[in-house]
Design a protein around this ligand. Structure first.
Ligand code: PDD
Length: 278
């Protein structure tokens, strides 16, 4: 696999980043994951807009323009002959002797790689996924897409240990914030319910597309919090992200959602989303 590191395309074995890189030392960096279908980037302009927003929130200077980044992403797709999967990109504040405040001199690092993934004909989407719920122990700026992902790592490991597919975060008030790496939704009496954007969750790019496409199709969306009990009693549940698109959730903490099989609203939205992406 060829990867991109600070201006160069190199074999992954030859790629180097400083041990003093603040991404490595402080998780002082941000990232994006854009999906690729048929060699084409999906919703990428919106991912790059969010990258710029994340960088701005942390006062990290983006080391390349949106057009330059897109050109690098496309070059990487070509070099790796990527048909279906993702392009991961990460921007960190750069390398400097270890000290907490922003360094006076540091050049931000830009790293990108591709991953092959089956996204469209996904078995998880076909069968639906099982989730557990877990306390949301993350920090107060979950709207910034930082590489500080231990909350998600521990939640996904807890899910794996429980023999299920993923985890949903629940805040101190008992409301679901989002999935460990996706946005969370329920469907009740034909209404799609998802938490409104705030600093408590990531403004998903797939969420924005799905909300828009659902509204255009005449579906009703209600942006408000919901509890685990409400989700377990819903007709359907699903998640959205660049890697799952729209994926039905069939069990929450062991309880069946609806019939315990993927529901019609999630299936329809997945189809509409994929068609929009093609
Ligand atoms: N995760 N919420 C969280 C916490 C996420 O990490 C993600 C994305 C999303 C969905 O965002 P989007 O629709 O823009 O992918 C919501 C990526 C896929 C990841 O970390 O791999």
């Amino acid at each position: 696999r060829t990867v991109y590191v600070n201006g160069e395309f190199v074999a992954e074995e030859a790629a180097k980043i400083s041990v003093f890189d603040r991404g490595f030392i402080f998780a002082d960096g941000v990232y994006e994951v854009s999906s690729v279908i048929g060699g084409k980037l999906i919703d990428n302009a919106a991912h790059l807009a969010r990258l710029a927003r994340s960088c701005k929130a942390l006062s990290i200077d983006l080391p390349a323009s949106g057009d330059e980044i897109t050109a690098i992403q496309k070059e990487l797709i070509t070099r790796n002959d990527l048909d279906e999967g993702v392009v991961y990109l990460q921007v960190t504040r750069g390398a400097a002797d270890r000290d907490f405040p922003f360094p006076k001199v540091a050049t931000p690092s830009l790293v990108m790689f591709t991953q092959v993934k089956t996204l469209v004909a996904s078995k998880a989407a076909e069968a639906g996924i099982r989730v557990i719920t877990t306390p949301d122990l993350r920090w107060g700026r979950c709207d910034i897409k930082t590489v500080q992902l231990l909350g998600a790592v521990l939640a996904k490991q807890a899910a794996a240990d429980a023999g299920v597919d993923d985890a949903w975060f629940v805040d101190a008030g008992g409301d679901v914030t989002e999935g460990s790496s996706n946005n969370a939704y329920i469907v009740k009496d034909g209404r799609i319910i998802t938490r409104a954007l705030s600093t408590a969750l990531l403004p998903g790019i797939t969420r924005a597309s799905v909300v828009k496409l659902a509204a255009e199709t005449g579906m009703t969306i209600e942006e408000r919090p919901f509890t685990v009990a409400e989700a377990q009693g819903a007709d359907e549940a699903f998640v959205t992200s660049a890697t799952t698109f729209v994926t039905p959730v069939i069990r929450i903490d062991g309880a069946k959602v609806g019939a315990g099989t993927p529901g019609p609203v999630a299936r329809r939205l997945r189809e509409i989303y994929i068609n929009h992406a093609l």
